[in-house]
Write a protein of this length. Sequence first.
Length: 160
Amino acid sequence: MSRQKDLAAEIKDRIKGKITVIGIGNIIKGDDGLGPRLIAMLKDRGVKAPLFDCGTAPENYIFPVLTTSCDTVIMVDAADLGKAPGESSVIGIDQISKVSFSTHNPSPRLFTDLLSTGKEDLNIFFVVVQPKSMILGDALSDEVLTGLEILAEAMCEALA
């Protein structure tokens, strides 16, 4: 099976009920901008789920996300997992303490904890993409752009 199909199946297996997708990242720091770029790609493809480009301050979107009455939140961000640049991984919130999210304060774990307050059954997971470069002023690398195309198609398939 292709990487896109595998990724779509992995995402779809974790989804429960209504979905909201959050893209996190800094668009002026190279591959760190992949979360916002993915949100734009999904909007261009007509994905009907609520989509949020949270930039580097996802905590500012807690209430807008919760007003979607979603059951599942998919968070997309760059993270160093020691994989090939552009490669995507699906991880649960229990695994995020083992992942390096270099540009976000406070921690993504704090954000997920705040989202879950009062909605303990909220299903939250991450789709992380291995960056190549997160240098200020860099554009997205070719490897991450290729990986984002695969991820966008997989997300469209999983959310259909």
